[in-house]
Design a protein around this ligand. Structure first.
Ligand SMILES: NC(=O)c1ccc[n+]([C@@H]2O[C@H](COP(=O)([O-])OP(=O)(O)OC[C@H]3O[C@@H](n4cnc5c(N)ncnc54)[C@H](OP(=O)(O)O)[C@@H]3O)[C@@H](O)[C@H]2O)c1
Length: 197
């Protein structure tokens, strides 16, 4: 983190943030003061335990929801005044195709069918929160979306994933740039294709 800050010079400011912690989110929002925020990208996420139902880990399920769902809403709530002052007023959330009910069938495109209760449920609930915000803040010009980044080679995605981080990020940046009020509340992937709920 220190080397990232040094390399980026004055163009980048880095703050600590734990989205599960009220005090941490409050301190982050306070550090921004009244600065406008053009785009908020809620990236923080955990995979949670993929135990089958008969050995479900409920404490882990609660932790997964705390980061993936509640954390994202806590941050969105804290930064909303800054976002509404921004030039583009966009909030996007990293979701997953695994949150799609339609895709969780034998014909699903990933072949990840069944299982991963905590992860699927936490992201499906996140999708619902995002969609609700699109409705509630339409008049104020807020534009929201959940984006599926693809299966990406990160710690969470593992080395078996199809995609390099750069390719996913480049695609998502284009998708975020192209988001318009007319498409607010959408479930979309890194290539700009709409994902069925
Ligand atoms: N990789 C994939 O194939 C894939 C597919 C679909 C969706 N996604 C979604 O994409 C997003 C990014 O995932 P990734 O693949 O980059 O996973 P990752 O390599 O495991 O990175 C997860 C990131 O979330 C941060 N984080 C976790 N808990 C946090 C908390 N309480 N507060 C603040 N930050 C927290 C981590 O920060 P620290 O490093 O500081 O812990 C880390 O930067 C996630 O929302 C994930 O669900 C990923």
């Amino acid at each position: 983190m220190a080397s990232l800050a040094r390399d980026a010079g004055h163009r980048l400011r880095i703050h600590p943030l734990d989205v599960t912690d009220d005090n941490s989110v409050r301190a982050f929002a306070a550090a921004l003061q009244t600065s406008p925020v053009d785009v908020l990208i809620n990236n923080a996420g955990v995979g949670g335990s993929w135990n089958p139902l008969l050995s479900i880990d409920c404490a882990d399920m609660a932790r997964t929801m705390e980061v993936n769902t509640i954390g994202a809403m806590r941050l969105s709530s804290a930064l909303l005044p800054n976002i509404l002052k921004g030039s583009t007023r966009k909030i996007v959330y990293l979701t997953t195709r695994m949150s799609s009910m339609t895709d969780n069938t034998p014909a699903g495109v990933y072949g990840f069918v069944g299982g991963a209760y905590a992860y699927r449920m936490s992201k499906a609930a996140l999708n619902a929160g995002m969609r609700t915000m699109a409705v509630d803040f339409k008049e104020q010009g807020l534009i929201t979306a959940v984006i599926n980044p693809g299966w990406v080679q990160t710690e969470l995605g593992t080395k078996n994933a199809f995609m390099k981080v750069e390719d996913s990020v480049q695609g998502m940046l284009r998708v975020i740039d192209d988001l318009s009020a007319a498409r607010s509340g959408i479930f979309i992937d890194y290539q700009g294709n709409e994902v069925p709920w």
